[in-house]
Design a protein around this ligand. Structure first.
Ligand code: NAP
Ligand code: MG
Length: 497
């Protein structure tokens, strides 16, 4: 835009802004036609396969292995061998060396990973490039630092590894969730069998190449692909000592039932229906950015998404007006375009789930707003959506939609905000927007949520523990707390955590 075109003394209407396409080059990624499973440091041919696609274009990308229970057993045996053969006993600073290597290689190859993540999962390239990749590398750096300091992290508790960890992850942050799982497990001296989600296996498979480049001993990390049946086989496998699961509450409950009485350790990171709470003294423009980031980031496929907006009644109108205006500027479309804000919905199945719940919201009597927006003909898309006139009892205020859909409710007093925010079976996260520090602390004390963000939203840092209350699960990932599920510890009064 030249200076002459630059609007003076006013905000231009969104239609005045036009963006030329700015696609990220795809040729940085080389895909194989067919992938097997990564077991004992080698690729093994998969007995059965399925096709993985790009959700933005529905084009097939590669044939992926659908691991059978026998293949899972083989991966678990490889992990056990690697554990016994030295990973659990080599000097911790050696373990750290590999983790540092992995972190550095992820940084070096981040463009390749970011493009592949967007291609296979549908998230905007600016998010995979600026959020997923830097955070995944940061996780490996962070836990590399802990590997030789476990005795300081858990003084007088003789921290020892557990054995083989079976790890199952979802499709919304494929590489980042892999990093959250693998980095602390390895730092603590365990070996791993990990299954990425059925719809997003490709970055986990490319990660196997990183493991080879880092010369990680064979069998320390094994990756098997497949659907829920493969996940169930990991949970059941005899040789697995600890299960770490991130996904839906429904599957999490089934896993917990399955493991009850087996002595296997378990951590569950499940769903959420977080309240993002805006008080009348908040900086409104910043709060509106936080609302947008809270629910439209990653198409709303975020377990800690701020999907229930609680606005103080006195500022309801300006907030909703500003939000609607802001929504009209969001660019929905090609995930590989550097200007895209909202990409493709991850799968047809997820799109149908979103459509179904949105239809229910309209039937129940909520008022829907969607900005004018054209989406591509092929692929899975959902326009950023706001519901007003929402009652707490509506399904759209209760259930996780896991899409770009916001439900707006109001409150009058801080007590009422707390009551409404906590009125959910979930408890993963919450946001509070206010000028007053004392009010932030007052709220944080009362909100039943694992993470409370103040005047920001969806902020992640490897040093900060993340996890749920109630039906959002148990166990923490990130920080020193994130090491604990991967360690055997002596009981000790000395440790207060
Ligand atoms: P999901 O169906 O529970 O899947 C999660 C993972 O578990 C996938 O790898 C899945 O394989 C696998 N799986 C499915 N059925 C299984 C079974 N019976 N036994 C073992 N593994 C099984 O969830 P999703 O639909 O992929 O993801 C969306 C949900 O995950 C949302 O509810 C969201 O809130 C939650 N989530 C939570 C967090 C967190 O940190 N708390 C993070 C991300 C997502 P398939 O891919 O084949 O289904
Ligand atoms: Mg699923």
């Amino acid at each position: 835009m030249t200076d002459l075109e630059r609007p003076r003394g006013g905000v231009p209407a969104p239609k005045d802004w036009t963006y030329a396409p700015a696609p990220e080059a795809r040729d940085v990624v080389t895909l194989a036609d067919r992938y097997g499973h990564f077991v004992g440091g080698e690729w093994i041919e998969a007995e059965e396969t399925y096709t993985t696609i790009s959700p933005a274009t529905e084009e097939p990308l590669a044939e992926i292995g659908q691991a059978t229970p026998a293949e899972v057993e083989r991966a678990v045996a490889a992990a056990r061998d690697a554990y016994d053969d030295g990973w659990s006993t080599i000097s911790p600073s050696e373990r750290a060396k590999y983790l540092f290597r992995i972190a550095r290689i992820l940084q070096e190859r981040s463009r390749e990973f970011a493009v592949l993540e967007s291609l296979n999962g549908g998230k905007p390239i600016k998010e995979s490039r600026d959020v997923d990749l830097p955070l995944a590398a940061a996780h490996f750096f962070y836990y590399a630092g802990w590997a030789d300091k476990l005795e300081y992290a858990f003084p007088n508790q003789r921290p020892r590894p557990i054995g083989v960890a079976g790890q199952i992850i979802p499709w919304n942050f494929p590489l980042l969730m892999l990093a959250w799982k693998i980095a602390p497990a390895l730092a603590a001296g365990n070996t791993v069998v990990l299954k990425p989600a059925e719809t997003t296996p490709l970055t986990a498979l490319l990660f196997c190449d990183v493991l080879r480049q880092a010369e990680l001993p064979a069998g320390v990390v094994n990756i098997v692909t497949g659907d829920g049946a493969t996940g169930a086989a990991i949970v059941k496998a005899e040789g697995v000592d600890k299960v770490a699961f991130t996904g839906s509450t429904e599957v999490g409950k089934a896993i917990q039932r399955e493991l009850a009485g087996t002595g296997k350790k378990l951590t569950l990171e499940l769903g959420g229906k977080a309240a993002n709470i805006i008080f009348d003294d908040a900086a409104l423009d910043q709060a509106v950015e936080g609302i947008v980031n809270g629910i439209y980031f990653n198409q709303g496929h975020v377990c800690c998404a701020g999907s229930r907006l609680l606005v103080q009644e006195s500022i309801y109108e300006p907030v909703v007006d500003k939000l609607k205006r802001r929504l009209a500027t969001l660019r929905v479309g090609d995930p590989l375009d550097k200007n895209t804000d909202v990409g493709a919905i991850n799968s047809k199945q997820q799109l149908e789930k979103i459509q179904e719940l949105v239809a229910v919201g309209e039937e129940e009597g909520a008022e829907i707003y969607q900005p004018p927006c054209r989406v591509p003909e092929k692929g899975y898309w959902f326009v950023p959506t706001v519901f007003t006139n929402v009652a707490q009892s509506y399904r759209i205020a209760q259930e996780e939609i896991f899409g770009p859909v916001l439900s707006i409710l109001t409150f009058r007093t801080p007590d009422e905000a707390v009551e409404k925010a906590n009125n959910t079976p979930y408890g993963l996260s919450a946001g509070v927007w206010t000028e007053k520090g004392s009010r932030i602390l007052w709220m944080a004390e009362r909100l039943r949520a694992g993470v409370v963000w103040a005047n920001t939203y969806n902020r992640f840092d490897p040093s900060s523990p993340f996890g749920g209350y109630k039906e959002s699960g148990f166990g923490r990932e990130g920080g020193r707390h994130g090491l604990e599920p991967y360690l055997q510890l002596d009981d000790s009064e000395a440790f207060g955590g």
